[in-house]
Design a protein around this ligand. Structure first.
Ligand code: SF4
Ligand code: SF4
Length: 383
């Protein structure tokens, strides 16, 4: 395609009917350079979003019908597609096989990754993660395709292309990474480091039905009706943010990518193919960490810095339990990397001083009872 290849393509796909999925996938992939780089005998790793043991209709995971369309196209080139992910929880055959089953991965016809080894890596150009422990299966692939789901996200605002590579950190180690990078800026830089390390050949976003609200696992399905593709995850995410009404500066991975000049700040500086304006959903329910607010150096000196820090903490979104929806299962207590949760009368109590706002408790609550809440000062200042 040479110089005419767009940064991002958006292709309409009204639902998950097999023929529609195949047609949309062919069109999207062709627009961003095609699959000629795939040769017979190659092993192609497809990093899906299989965040939890949830059925496709919950919109938490990459839909199997779209994956099947891609898998068929790879097989037609004589290559071997393999689908994998490391969701939160155990990175073992027993646990991940149950996730494959719940998310419908058997129906894709691809090999499902069964290699649960991990590897220590160094990331020479990294800003945050100079070393990391990652799942090893993608190292044995000849090319990687990142196939994510469009969702709102408690900690990062947006879960789409850049965030999806966090699934290359073994599930059991994810809380440690949250603890190691408690500031969203550092966490985002770590994610961008991972994106730069794996360098997938292609990124695809399943936005046929997205997840809005209490994402990435307890939100509501919201029909968007399209898929997106591109070679640069951050440019893709820039368009994804616009589709769901998020200010790109409210998405830490986008801020980190802009600072590194991996994406322009303005959507107008991208070349986009497809009728994307028709797919903007103004009332898409999102979670904004600070609603665009950020206090910096209000006054000079240490006191000013401390006061700005206090204000920023006071407006930052935080987890909060809805007691009527909580069943007292202790999952939040178990996953909290900061040990900020104690159980009292079978309900979680959060120590705000210890909480690092990683939203693991919100992500893993099986009942959606842990929500992202805006504190009173944030509500006062914005809307
Ligand atoms: S209480 Fe929730 S958001 Fe806070 S540190 Fe624990 S898991 Fe993270
Ligand atoms: S994970 Fe959810 S349901 Fe379970 S104790 Fe925590 S808030 Fe309650």
């Amino acid at each position: 395609m040479g110089t005419s290849t767009p940064d991002v393509v958006l292709v309409p796909c009204a639902d998950y009917t097999p023929a529609l999925c195949r047609q949309a996938m062919e069109q999207a992939v062709a627009a961003v350079g095609g699959l000629d780089w795939i040769r017979p005998g190659m092993r192609i790793g497809i990093k899906a979003n299989l965040v939890a043991m949830m059925k496709p209709e919950t919109a938490a995971t990459t839909h199997p019908e779209l994956l099947k369309a891609l898998v068929d196209m790879i097989k037609e080139r004589g290559a071997e597609p393999v689908i994998g992910d490391s969701p939160g929880g155990l990175y073992t055959a027993v646990y991940v096989n149950r996730i494959y089953h719940a998310t419908g991965m058997q129906s894709t016809g691809a090999e499902l990754n069964g290699d649960y080894s991990t590897k220590e890596i160094t990331l020479p150009g990294a800003l945050a993660a100079k070393t990391a422990t990652v799942t090893d299966w993608l190292h044995r692939c000849d090319g990687i395709i990142n196939f994510c789901k469009l969702k709102s996200h408690g900690m990062m605002g947006l879960s789409a292309a850049a965030k999806n590579l966090f699934g290359t950190i073994p599930g059991t180690m994810k809380p440690e990474y949250h603890f190691r990078y408690p500031d969203p800026k550092d966490f985002a830089n770590m994610l961008v480091d991972l994106d730069e390390y794996w360098k997938p050949r292609l990124h695809i976003v399943d936005a046929v039905v997205a997840m809005e609200g209490n994402g990435p696992t307890a939100g509501k399905p919201r029909a968007v009706g399209c898929i997106l593709a591109g070679e640069n995850p951050h440019k893709l995410d820039l368009l994804c943010a616009r589709l769901i009404g998020l200010d790109p500066r409210d998405v830490p991975t986008l801020r980190a990518a802009m600072d590194r000049r991996l994406t322009p700040e303005a959507l107008e500086d991208l070349t986009i193919e497809g009728p994307w304006e028709r797919y903007v959903i103004p009332d898409f329910e999102t979670i904004r960490e600070r609603n665009g607010l950020q206090f910096q150096n209000l006054f000079k000196g240490k006191a000013g810095l401390a006061f700005s820090g206090f204000l920023n903490r006071s407006i930052a979104a935080r987890p909060g339990v809805v007691k009527d929806e909580c069943v007292g299962c202790k999952k939040c207590f178990q996953v909290c990397p900061a040990k900020a949760i104690t159980m009292k009368n079978r309900r979680p109590v959060i120590d705000r001083k210890k909480c690092i706002r990683c939203f693991c408790c919100q992500e893993f609550c099986p009942k959606g009872a842990m929500k992202v809440k805006r504190p009173p000062l944030a509500r006062l200042l914005v809307r």
